[in-house]
Design a protein around this ligand. Sequence first.
Ligand code: PLP
Length: 387
Amino acid sequence: MKGFAKRTAEVSEYYFSRKLKEVKILIEAGNPVINMGIGSPDLPPHPDVIKELQGATGQSGSHGYQGYQGIPELRHAMGSFYSMHYGVQKDPQSEILPLMGSKEGIMHISMTFLEEGDEVLIPDPGYPTYSSVTKLLGAKAITYPLSAATNWYPDFDELEKLDLSKVKLMWCNYPHMPSGARADLRVFENLVRFAKRHQIVLIHDNPYSFVLENEPKSIFQVSGAEEVALELNSLSKSANMAGWRIGMVLGRKDWIQEVTKVKSNMDSGMFLGLQKGAIEALKLGSDWYQSLNQIYNNRRQLVWELVSLLNLDFDKESAGMFVWAKLPKGTNSLEFVDDLLENKHLFIAPGEIFGEQGKGYVRFSLCLPEEKILEAINRIKSIKPTY
Ligand SMILES: Cc1ncc(COP(=O)(O)O)c(C=O)c1O
């Protein structure tokens, strides 16, 4: 064996992949761990979605390879979804590509645009996959810091000071994970203007637009975005289908065509039942999102109570499926998380896995029933923290 590719040294195993093994060992040893770490919805998809999936299993032709761009009905359903919820029109034939999850789309898009040595603007804190994929491809991740001082929006004056000559892509994501900063059309306008001025491909990653948000937003609501932006979207969070791996990328015809070329060499079409279920999920109306948000809202009230008991600060104006909380000055987030796991069997995510700017923060997921959050509250109440 002549060794692994050098690129494997550029990344480490995904934090949750490592940490959840540790959590599993604790659980198997009989420890009642409450997992508030990861944003995997615990609630089921709509029953009609399941029915469609089940129906497809008995249909002839459903078990063979499917087309690389998804069935036309799926692309149409994605188009109608964008039109119904965001007021954005995209051509299902040429401007929408179904994906096996938006995480995979980050790789497809990066492979389509990046050469070794190219530079990529990446939000800090932000979803770790943007930088790991960039590094895997031999490109350079240039993080742009976000902070509470600017409501976790980019500081364009600072961005303009950078040497942008080698920057080819810029990732952005609102509602922002992990802070929960809401999408704002003025910020989108500034992002689009910036991308246009510097000839950068702007990719807006939009999986949280419905979660604790009444007015879902898309980058394409801003004029000029169609020239410079791609948008990723996903059924993982909004339709409780994280394990189904259904996502989409939308944007200019020539860019979607090129991404399709790359993707078609890497994977094949999704199982028909998944596509049929996804079509049903894409038809869900505002009543679905409202009832989900009622549940998340109740959970969030309890998480706020928990976070207050831990003496942490948080912002009530956020969206998305997490509570992002600030630790007391000087507290190390990794140590805080390990301490909570060890002493209270409560698992949350340390902010620094999302970047330097996440140091000093922790993230609580809302993907667990109220009883579990109450149990966590009682644990914290009954045993005084040692940190
Ligand atoms: C910001 C962000 N983008 C993308 C994803 C990936 O979502 P998907 O399940 O569609 O791959 C996540 C998942 O947690 C996320 O938080």
